[in-house]
Design a protein around this ligand. Structure first.
Ligand SMILES: Nc1ncnc2c1ncn2[C@@H]1O[C@H](COP(=O)(O)OP(=O)(O)O)[C@@H](O)[C@H]1O
Ligand SMILES: [Mg+2]
Ligand SMILES: [Zn+2]
Length: 269
């Protein structure tokens, strides 16, 4: 026994809590006790561990791993003022939003204006600073996964894909409307959005489509003019869902041109 013992380096024990996961802090004068009063609270090491596992569960694509609110530039030459405003709203949201009941954000803008960057920056802060469970899904990817999990023998979709989408505290749905609309697509989108709406959960959505009515909807332009304009959010997800989104989200609009174009000569991808 003695001879076979391996000499191990001492395991890394957290110096704050000595591995218990709890640390004592001064209760402070507000509680009415003396300044010697102590109370226990979750140790930083456990919060860090929670942050790491939430980050892994959030499914942020590698392509967007670098996106933070702190490296979102609003100050480059010719930056549109809407970037600064959007960044301000995003930062306030990350700091203060209550994921049980607060409206989410609908981030609208042309391709490359930094919509996904902002959305990822927000959920990273929610995870790391506040321990809030978040989930990132590209709209096309999500619909594909749901479709693949459809079991034709029993005509049901596995809840395995949908449950986290329904239940996560904050969902990012990136590039809403990017799939050619069909009845199945509309049914699926309304199932997801209505479920989250009814459960009072917060959703952050990005889209390249203008927040305008569908062709032929009340208040929309004439069909003749509609034929020559670009497709709108109403065209892509239907008017019912577009108005549901207005109830669920605060609208943030990013103007300007593709961020990457400006930096093409500066080795920026
Ligand atoms: N204001 C910005 N500051 C820093 N990086 C940006 C900014 N806007 C866009 N980017 C970067 O440019 C690329 C494209 O942005 P992205 O968020 O994917 O645009 P969108 O989702 O609007 O199409 C990403 O790598 C992103 O990090
Ligand atoms: Mg994007
Ligand atoms: Zn600790």
């Amino acid at each position: 026994m003695e001879g076979s013992q391996v000499i191990k380096a001492p395991a890394e024990v957290c110096p704050l809590c000595e591995g218990t996961g709890w640390k004592t802090v001064a209760a402070g004068p507000k509680t009415g006790g003396s300044t010697n009063d102590r109370r226990v609270t979750r140790c930083d090491c456990r919060l860090r561990a929670r942050g790491q596992s939430l980050m892994a569960a959030a499914r942020i694509p590698r392509r967007y791993e670098h996106c933070e609110l702190s490296n979102y530039d609003t100050d480059f030459p010719a930056a549109h003022p809407s970037l600064e405003e959007a960044h301000f709203i995003a930062s306030g949201f990350a700091k203060k939003c209550d994921p049980r009941g607060d409206k989410g954000l609908l981030i609208i803008g042309k391709i490359g204006t930094g919509k996904t960057h902002l959305a990822v920056g927000i959920i990273k802060e929610l995870i790391v600073n506040r321990g809030i469970p978040c989930l990132f899904y590209d709209y096309r990817e999500l619909l594909k996964e749901i479709q693949n999990s459809y079991n034709s023998t029993v005509q049901t979709t596995e809840l395995g894909v949908l449950r986290p989408v329904f239940e996560t505290d904050v969902l990012v749905l990136d590039e809403l409307g990017a799939v050619k609309p069909t009845e199945w697509v509309w049914d699926t989108v309304s199932l997801i959005l209505n479920t989250r709406y009814n459960d009072n959960r917060t959703t952050i959505i990005t889209t390249n489509f203008d927040d305008q009515p569908a062709a032929g909807a009340a208040g929309s332009i004439s069909p003749a003019r509609a034929a020559s304009r670009g497709e709108t959010l109403g065209d892509r997800i239907g008017e019912r869902m577009r108005s549901r989104l207005h109830e669920m989200c605060r609208i943030v609009t990013l103007e300007g041109t593709d961020f990457r174009q400006k930096f093409r000569n500066a080795n920026f991808r």
